[in-house]
Design a protein. Structure first.
Length: 313
């Protein structure tokens, strides 16, 4: 009897000590514990909303729907036990062997060796600043896959209909840019503030890239044929066209108030839904974008008042 009482007393002290340890944890320790335990998924009393979401996930986990807290260690332990619904794991059938070869055995003269990775570069951005859907001016690393690539019969091709190359346009008057693009499901334009490059390129049911078009106008300086590349951070007009083509098959952008006198280059930037430049299936092809050069002049053929500096940028 005395031994039994002693054991009960020791057990009570252990429980009390454990309770004190839990209460006295620092916020960091509590956060770390939650991460290690899968976000307190087993705490059914205090996190009912979280548990409801995890119940739904477990229902899709091949027969674990009734076990709300017991088997969530499959994810935390990274056990490759055939859990096909675990989106945090790279499935073996998605590994591309070409990414583990630098291409050197069959290279032509002048070709450079490729970077290699045995797991599709899945951890490429470890230790780097992630893009995370934002347009980061200081640069970043984006781990999102490139996505679906169209066939050669669905390659994007663009022509600028208005203005035409070599046109002379009246200064400071409304104008409309008109573009026609083949093989794009235009009009899908995600939020560029928080979904920039955040999802892969996708195709519609016809095999065309789902996306949209941008147009950008830059001042070319003293004439329309500069010999030095333009500053990519500078533009006179930019517009992302987030609407489908009109009845004539044209994508349009209104330039309200027109442009000041000067020499300009207008180019298209055709993009997938999340703003990444469209990806094509082969290297040898025609360009997917178009550019034209034009002049903007006043009625008297000279510089208009207040815009004298624009011609020489």
């Amino acid at each position: 009897m005395q031994i039994k009482n002693a054991l009960i007393a020791l057990l009570g002290l252990a429980v009390a000590a454990d309770a004190v340890a839990v209460v006295n944890r620092t916020p960091f320790e509590r956060t770390l514990a939650r991460r290690q335990n899968g976000g307190d998924r087993s705490n059914k009393g205090g996190n009912n909303d979280n548990n409801r979401g995890n119940i739904d996930k477990n229902k899709n986990n091949g027969g674990n729907g009734g076990n709300e807290g017991g088997n969530n260690n499959n994810k935390n332990n990274n056990n490759n036990n055939g859990n096909a619904q675990d989106g945090a794991q790279l499935k073996p059938d998605n590994i591309q062997a070409a990414s583990n070869s630098d291409g050197q055995p069959d290279r032509d003269a002048g070709q450079s060796p490729s970077k290699t990775d045995a797991n599709n570069f899945i951890n490429l951005c470890s230790g780097s600043e992630n893009t995370n859907g934002e347009q980061k001016l200081e640069g970043s690393c984006n781990g999102i896959p490139m996505g679906q690539i169209p066939s050669t019969g669905n390659m994007v091709s663009t022509i600028i209909v208005n203005p035409k190359d070599g046109d002379t346009i009246q200064a400071n008057q409304d104008m409309t840019i008109e573009v026609k693009i083949n093989n794009i499901a235009a009009g899908t334009f995600t939020n560029p503030a928080n979904t920039y490059y955040a999802a892969p390129q996708g195709l519609d049911g016809r095999g065309n890239i789902i996306g949209h078009c941008h147009v950008t106008v830059q001042d070319t300086g003293a004439d329309t044929n500069p010999t030095e590349p333009l500053d990519a951070t500078q533009f006179a007009f930019f517009k992302g066209i987030n609407t489908p083509p009109n009845g004539q098959g044209l994508l349009t952008a209104a330039v309200d108030g027109g442009l000041p006198e000067g020499n300009y280059r207008l180019c298209t930037i055709t993009a997938a839904a999340n703003h990444q430049p469209v990806l094509m299936p082969v290297a040898q092809r025609g360009g997917q974008d178009d550019c034209v050069r034009f002049q903007v002049r006043g009625n008297n053929g000279g510089k208009s008042g207040g815009n004298g500096d624009n011609g020489g940028k």
